[in-house]
Design a protein around this ligand. Structure first.
Ligand SMILES: C[S@@+](CC[C@H](N)C(=O)[O-])C[C@H]1O[C@@H](n2cnc3c(N)ncnc32)[C@H](O)[C@@H]1O
Length: 251
C-alpha cells in the first residue's frame, strides 16, 4: 500500500526529475496528455497547467494514490499500466518513477510505441540506483538467513535498464530518442534520513511482508548500515546521491 502523505514528504526533491523530464517534450498543442502512474497528482497538475487545452488522462494502480490525486483536483482513475492502451488522439505520455515497479515494462514500451500515433511523445524516468549503497545494503540485510521471509522481495539491478538500453529499445521501434542520466546530490535532513526516504518507496515490499515488530527490527538493523554508508554531516543533514535515467522518444 502506498502512503501519499509519506511520499509527499520529499515533494520538492521527487518533483525535480519530473520537470527535467517534461522539459524535453516539445509538444505545443497536444490533444490528449496521459500520466501513467500519476501518484498523488501534484505533478500531474503541472501537465494541466502546461497544456490546458488537452484532455488529461491519469491512471494509477493504488486506490490511495488515486484518492489523493482526486482530492488534488485530478480526474484520475484506478488502473494498472498493463491495462492501458493509448486512445488514437494521444499526443503525450509521461510516466515518472513508475516502470521500475513493472518487471515486463520493456514489452509494454514496445507495444505502446506501436500503438501511439505518429508524432506522439513518450517520456519516462526511472531510478537508476538499484546498485547504490542504500539498495545494496537493504538487499544484503534481506538476504540474511534470519530474514528468509524476505527472499526475492527486493528487486535488483535488473529492474531497470541503463540509458543505452532504453535508447536502443526506442530507436529499434523507429523513434527519435533523447536519453540521459543524472545523479541528483540530494540533501536530506533529520535522523535516519536515507532510511526514511527509502521506507516510503524502495522498502515498501519489505514493509508489506513483515508485521509491525519485524518491520521495526528490520529498520533498526538497517539504520546503522545506512549511517555508515551515508554519514550525517555535522549540521545534521545527509547527502543522498540519487541516479535517475530519462528517455524521451518521438514516435
Ligand atoms: C514513486 S510513485 C510516482 C508517482 C508520480 N508519477 C510521481 O512522479 O510523483 C510510483 C507510482 O506508480 C504506481 N504504480 C506502480 N505500479 C503500477 C502499475 N503496474 N500500474 C499503475 N501504477 C503503478 C504506484 O501506485 C505509485 O503511485
Amino acid at each position: 500500500m502506498w502512503d501519499p502523505a509519506k511520499y509527499l514528504d520529499y515533494a520538492d526533491l521527487r518533483g525535480r526529475p519530473f520537470y527535467d523530464l517534461i522539459g524535453r517534450i516539445d509538444a505545443t498543442e497536444p490533444r490528449r496528455v496521459v500520466d501513467l502512474g500519476c501518484g498523488p497528482g501534484n505533478l500531474t497538475a503541472s501537465l494541466v497547467e502546461r497544456w490546458p487545452g488537452a484532455t488529461l488522462e491519469a491512471i494509477d494502480s493504488s486506490p490511495e494514490m488515486v484518492d489523493a490525486a482526486r482530492a488534488a483536483g485530478i480526474d484520475a482513475r484506478v488502473a494498472d499500466v498493463h491495462e492501458w492502451t493509448p486512445a488514437p488522439d494521444t499526443d503525450v505520455v509521461v510516466t515518472n518513477a513508475v516502470l521500475q515497479w513493472v518487471p515486463d515494462h520493456r514489452a509494454l514500451l514496445r507495444r505502446w510505441i506501436g500503438e501511439l500515433p505518429p508524432g506522439a511523445w513518450f517520456a519516462m524516468q526511472v531510478p537508476g540506483n538499484m546498485g547504490s549503497p542504500s539498495h545494496v545494503l537493504a538487499r544484503s540485510l534481506a538476504s540474511r538467513p534470519e530474514w528468509s521471509v524476505l527472499r526475492g522481495v527486493l528487486r535488483g539491478e535488473e529492474a531497470v535498464d541503463d540509458p543505452t538500453g532504453y535508447a536502443d529499445l526506442f530507436a529499434d521501434a523507429g523513434c527519435a530518442v533523447d536519453v540521459w542520466e543524472t545523479t541528483y546530490v540530494q540533501r536530506l535532513s533529520g535522523p535516519d534520513a536515507v532510511l526514511e526516504w527509502i521506507a516510503g518507496t524502495a522498502l515498501r515490499p519489505v514493509r508489506a511482508a513483515l508485521d509491525d515488530a519485524e518491520w521495526k527490527r528490520f529498520r533498526a538493523e538497517l539504520a546503522p548500515m545506512l549511517d555508515d554508508a551515508y554519514p550525517p554531516r555535522p549540521d545534521g543533514t545527509t547527502w543522498f546521491p540519487f541516479r535517475r535515467v530519462f528517455a524521451v522518444a518521438r514516435v
